[in-house]
Design a protein around this ligand. Structure first.
Ligand code: 5GP
Length: 212
């Protein structure tokens, strides 16, 4: 199925600043819609149900999988995370560019299902900065931070699978870079099939003239 909007997958190490980046992207441009995922992890302080995530039990989550209600799902640090299907499809049909902020296993599944999707990997300029941001966030224990840093190393193995690596150093510049990549993706031949067909038909008429 060809969608009107661009399906954008944004992954990156935990602490790379994806959340802040996406929030800013939504504030600056109005063509984006952010998908809210479902998860079995507990809410962090200040996280609202239906805004940060749809927080659910393992049973609810597994029922949603069985009902084919998710585009993709993955297990990350012992919890389920998944993308509800209905919202994404509605928004793409309405012409919105939909952002999925998901980890790599999910990203690869999305690329498989929707080859025309745009996969972006957000990273801080270096590993030390990643550690600094995770500690500075102050929402996780030492143990969780260590787990996330170890996971970051594993995830670095998958960076080559993405279409673009985006270095998040200066927030505003990074937002602009992401927006430019989305605009460029809109011009890719897989998204311009109708245009290609039309101009080819027109050119065919010229070529007939030349043959005579
Ligand atoms: P956090 O617990 O820090 O909010 O998220 C942990 C990881 O799960 C992050 O890398 C985040 O991008 C990813 N994630 C969030 N929602 C989804 C989802 O719907 N599907 C997948 N595959 N990963 C998700």
């Amino acid at each position: 199925m060809k969608h009107k909007g661009v399906l954008i997958v944004v992954s990156g190490f935990s602490g790379a600043g994806k959340g802040t980046l996406m929030k800013r992207l939504m504030q600056v441009y109005d063509n984006y819609a952010l998908s809210v995922s479902m998860t079995t992890r507990s809410p962090r302080e200040g996280e609202e149900d239906g805004v940060a995530y749809f927080f659910s039990t393992k049973e609810q989550f597994e029922r949603t999988i069985a009902e084919d209600g998710l585009i993709e799902y993955a297990c990350y640090c012992g919890n389920y995370y998944g993308t509800p299907k209905a919202y994404v499809e509605q928004q793409l049909e309405a012409g919105k560019d939909v952002v999925l902020e998901i980890e790599i296993q999910g990203a690869l599944k999305v690329k498989e299902k929707f080859p025309e999707s745009l996969l972006l990997f957000v990273t801080p300029p270096n590993a030390k900065e990643l550690e600094r941001r995770l500690v500075g966030r102050g929402t996780e224990s030492q143990e969780v931070i260590a787990k996330r840093l170890a996971r970051a190393y594993e995830e670095s193995e998958g960076m080559e699978a993405y279409d673009y690596i985006v270095v998040n150093d200066v927030l505003e510049e990074c937002v602009e870079e992401i927006h430019r990549l989305v605009e460029a993706a809109r011009r890719a031949p897989v998204r311009r099939e109708a245009f290609i067909k039309e101009i080819r038909e027109e050119l065919k008429e010229f070529s007939k003239g030349a043959e005579e």
